[in-house]
Design a protein around this ligand. Sequence first.
Ligand code: MTE
Length: 299
Amino acid sequence: MAARWKNTLTENDVTPEAVYLNRRQLMVGAGTAGLIGLPGLARADALEPNPWEDITEYNNYYEFGTGKEDPAKYAHMLTTAPWSITIDGLVDRPGAYALEDVLAKMKIEERIYRFRCVEAWSMVIPWNGFELRDLLEMAGVQTAAKYVAFETMLRPDEMPGVATPVLDWPYVEGLRLDEAVNPLTIMATGIYGKDIPNQNGAPLRLVVPWKYGFKSIKSVVRITLTDAEPPTSWKKANTREYGFYSNVNPEVDHRRWSQATERVIGGGLFAGRQDTLMFNGYGEEVAALYQGMDLGINY
Ligand code: MTE
């Protein structure tokens, strides 16, 4: 097994205050309007995590409504305990695993990741979670497996949004197996060291930081190992606009908007727009997965 991925973005990486203030003076001198056009200043990658409020009050979780504030308003209706995850398909040890039994075996760590939604906004989120590959190893992936399919809980009584057929419920997602076992891919259980709030996908959600946010499926109840590409909710809803891969890519625009830049959520020094990074800045870790593939076709 490959070496564990080293979390290079920690709270210690937050730009030291002196540098921060200096840079601000620089920018005031340059004029903020010129920010995007200035080489080297096109992105401010201090990776200061967004505050708790940004992360937990501006959400996409359509099972609770399509408004950004709906999940924070209604997701408390979801019962998240007890919770079990069914792992099935091409695995040696299929079954329904109680979440507490899974968590007892997993190593929870902090990962501060950029998070980029396909709607062209971004945040920086300090997740707590474990590597998906450790969970897959627990279930024993068979050699015929090529893909991993994921499914969100579907409980119409607790999810007011599913009364509207915006998507074909339950929400489903998928990864290629090599993407799923990449050390960057985690199952998140917390944010800022606290239990993950329901609106962010409690009690367990996928986080794939180099892909658009909709791949990071929430409140997962089933993980299935397959030999064929699994269906994914947004691709089913609109194949022209959403592909299976959905890697963050400034050069491949959405059919209806540019992906070259992104709106930075929250106030602060770098509020506004910034350039989108290829693979959301994780190219060093993941570019090899797509060698030889045309990412314009495999969007
Ligand atoms: N998972 C489910 N089950 N339902 C959803 O509507 N929205 C996706 C993704 N996971 C979604 C989901 C989208 S579009 C994004 S951008 C992220 O969750 C948002 O995650 P956040 O609310 O924690 O920022």
